[in-house]
Design a protein around this ligand. Structure first.
Ligand code: PMP
Length: 424
């Protein structure tokens, strides 16, 4: 019996998170038991180049030797206390300095971070309604699973079963990059909107880049209407620069949510903002939020080690930018040389390859024109070549410091061979 057969008997779909099932690319999932640098090793003895990087956290690559050595030492100290620890304070100091926030609360996932940030925004403003954008994914809490992105798009459940109407009646969905749509909703629901939550660079419908005027317009609308702006930086945080991507657009949010990279590979999320808002949280204020493993000392130490490397080595970001630019150029040239309709979207080192004819890629409506069947063929071809790209059209690919110039070159060559093959 294969591992997948065994898995399917005891885990729904054989996976603990839907996108891992490789369903939309018409493959069985591949099972792995080891990762090193930018390489993944499957249980059937094959080696692959990793363009998932655990969906973002492994920005420094897998098993970086200095960090592994430190982590081994941490095991002797403490795993979990459920009590305050020194490293939580150091993490909070480091994190707030990097993100230009006053205070942070640590949680265990991106889902918890966004769920808690929304509760806080509602508690702070005394309002119920929230605005989210079609195609943005903010985790799987009930109120945010409306016209969502990522695996919910791939597996045809952008609005999930089991989410009661009552839970989502206050979730308003707008079009990404459409400020007029948001303005209309503020007019329609005057003094009722607690917050806007947005991926400041969308990564869960493939990479979709906001217009600067759009993000700045959201800021103004929030100010004019006394609503809070939440940047969900679970993907973008520390991905293209040390801290928030809001700085590229000169836009500050009121609350931020983070995850992935800040845990260095362990389950960590965070939400952060000004002292005035954050002090509404229990035990100081009336907004309740808690967690047995929140601020877990092992996760804090390992996350902090990743942040320290990123802070000390800004050249890592320059390298990732350069590699993503080379992939962008290489993939785009291959598509146009071979006459295959497609488009690369890229913001610094965040990048997607969309198949299909597009005038522009600015919103969920645009990405829906993507040819997901061609993407499936492409993915399968790249797997045969030894590359694990995003296993669905509506995801970004992720680079790490462990990728090399040589691997980038090989990726572009493999991309060309696979494209040649699928257009035969
Ligand atoms: N927000 C964004 C922008 C995400 O990309 C994700 C996960 N990919 C989440 C929230 C949820 O994070 P988690 O999977 O850690 O719950």
């Amino acid at each position: 019996m294969t591992l997948f057969d065994r898995a399917k008997k005891v885990i729904p779909g054989g996976v603990n998170s839907p996108v891992r099932a490789f369903g939309s690319v018409h493959m069985d999932p591949i099972f792995f038991n080891k990762a090193k640098g930018c390489h993944l090793y499957s249980t059937d003895g094959k080696e692959y180049i990793d363009y998932i990087c655990s969906w973002g956290p492994m920005i420094l690559g897998h098993g970086r030797e200095d960090l592994v050595k430190k982590a081994q030492g941490y095991l002797d100290e403490v795993l979990t206390l459920g009590l305050p620890s020194d490293v939580e304070v150091t993490m909070a100091e480091t994190f707030t300095r990097a993100t230009k926030t006053d205070m942070v609360r640590m949680v265990n996932s991106g889902t918890e971070a966004t769920m808690s940030a929304i509760r806080l925004a509602r508690g702070y403003t005394g309002r119920n309604k929230i605005i989210k954008f079609e195609g943005c994914y903010h985790g799987h809490s009930d109120g945010l699973l409306v016209k969502s992105g990522s695996g919910t798009l791939t597996y045809y459940a952008p609005t999930s079963l089991g989410v009661p109407q009552g839970t989502i009646q206050d979730t308003i969905v707008c079009r990404y990059n459409d400020l007029a749509d948001v303005r209309e909703k503020f007019d329609q629901f005057k003094d009722q909107i607690a917050c806007i939550i947005i991926e400041p660079i969308a990564g869960n419908m493939g990479v979709v880049i906001p217009d600067k005027e759009f993000l700045q317009g959201l800021r103004r609308l929030c100010d004019d209407n006394k609503a809070l702006l939440i940047f969900d930086e679970v993907i973008t945080g520390f991905r293209t620069r040390y801290g928030s991507v809001g700085d590229y657009f000169d836009v500050k949010a009121d609350l931020y949510t983070y995850g992935k990279i800040i845990g260095g590979g362990l389950p960590v999320g965070a939400f952060a903002g000004s002292r005035e808002i954050m002090e509404k949280l229990s035990p100081l204020g009336g907004v309740y939020q808690a967690g047995t493993l929140s601020g877990n000392p092992l996760a804090m130490k390992i996350g902090l080690d990743t942040l320290k490397v990123l802070e000390a080595h800004p050249e890592i970001y320059e390298k990732l930018d350069r590699f993503a630019y080379e992939l962008d150029q290489g993939f785009s040239k291959n598509l146009s040389d071979l006459g295959i309709p497609g488009k690369v979207t890229r913001f610094h080192s965040m990048l997607s390859l969309f198949f299909g004819e597009f005038d522009q890629i600015k919103s969920f409506d645009d990405v829906q024109k993507a040819d997901t069947e061609l993407y499936a063929k492409y993915f399968q071809g790249m797997v045969k070549e030894g590359f694990i790209m995003a296993p669905a059209q509506f995801e970004a690919i992720f680079l790490s410091d462990a990728h090399t110039e040589d691997i980038i070159e090989k990726t572009i060559q493999a991309n060309r061979r696979v494209l040649e093959d699928i257009c035969k």
